[in-house]
Design a binder for this molecule. Structure first.
Ligand SMILES: Nc1ncnc2c1ncn2[C@@H]1O[C@H](COP(=O)(O)OP(=O)(O)OP(=O)(O)O)[C@@H](O)[C@H]1O
Ligand SMILES: [Mg+2]
Length: 240
């Protein structure tokens, strides 16, 4: 049975979707059967990061309404043996489904795939609670900034209160020279603010930004320190 891994953050724009797209590519390249679910209801963009936007016909609301079975709604990423993508809906107003519906969907996907990667929404409200219900593990993404860290800690508290005991975090957009300048919180400060295990760091790199805009996750652009950053996170996510 597969594992549902959920990316959360609190603050927006910290790199959840970039993380999910790269983790999906790393696992799929290893022959692991991966499902990706975009839970940014009304604000979808993971399809663009994966270069699949022109192939999306159905979305999660079509699945939950019973219009199509999940396998029909999921887009197969042809670059891999088994990576499938389920888009979120554009129309937030028409999304009338609850946490129980989402949990049933995750349970179904867990039966079909080895790993289900859920790209969570920004914010700490109803959308987070909807998306996190029934996941097995949460990975909280933060940047090395106090605003982001505070929101990450709040998100962590909400996940904990929601019964998700398996929680880890990563620090994204790290710029080593800023660390050295003392202008940003140091690794020591970050680890003292977060109460869960740190499983990886991703450096700030324009190549990641460019990759997202070209529909090719950075890890598919050949071996680089970025690839190794994501591979380490992928390994530790499965190990811990
Ligand atoms: N390590 C990085 N280096 C450089 N740019 C990055 C890095 N990680 C993410 N970005 C850029 O930061 C922006 C936000 O990333 P992303 O969309 O993954 O964040 P998010 O947390 O999913 O945002 P949202 O909360 O809106 O869903 C994008 O423009 C992306 O290209
Ligand atoms: Mg996102």
């Amino acid at each position: 049975m597969g594992k549902v891994i959920f990316a959360a953050s609190g603050k927006g724009g910290v790199g959840k979707s970039v993380l999910i797209s790269n983790l999906g590519a790393v696992y799929a390249e290893r022959g692991i059967r991966v499902a990706m679910v975009d839970m940014n209801i009304g604000l979808r963009n993971l399809d663009i990061y994966m270069g699949l936007e022109n192939r999306v016909v159905y979305d999660i609301a079509d699945v939950l309404s019973g219009l199509v079975p999940p396998r029909r709604a999921m887009v197969k990423d042809k670059r891999f043996q088994a990576l499938y993508f389920l888009a979120t809906t554009h129309n937030k107003e028409k999304f009338t489904y609850g946490a129980d519906d989402i949990a049933v969907l995750y349970a179904y996907l867990r039966e079909l795939f080895d790993i289900v990667l859920v790209d969570g929404p920004a914010g700490l409200g109803a959308e987070l609670k909807l998306a996190m219900t029934g996941v097995d593990k949460a990975i909280i993404v933060t940047t090395p900034e106090y605003v982001s860290l505070r929101d990450a800690d709040h998100a962590d508290q909400i996940l904990r209160a929601g019964g998700i005991t398996d929680r880890v975090y990563i620090v994204n957009k790290v710029n080593a020279s800023y660390f050295a300048s003392g202008l940003l919180p140091t690794v020591e400060i970050i680890t003292s603010m977060m109460k869960i295990p740190l499983i990886g760091v991703v450096q700030y790199d324009d190549a990641i930004h460019v990759s997202g805009n070209s529909g090719t996750p950075a890890v598919l652009r050949g071996d680089s320190y970025i690839t190794r950053n994501f591979e380490k996170i992928a390994d530790r996510l499965l190990a811990i």
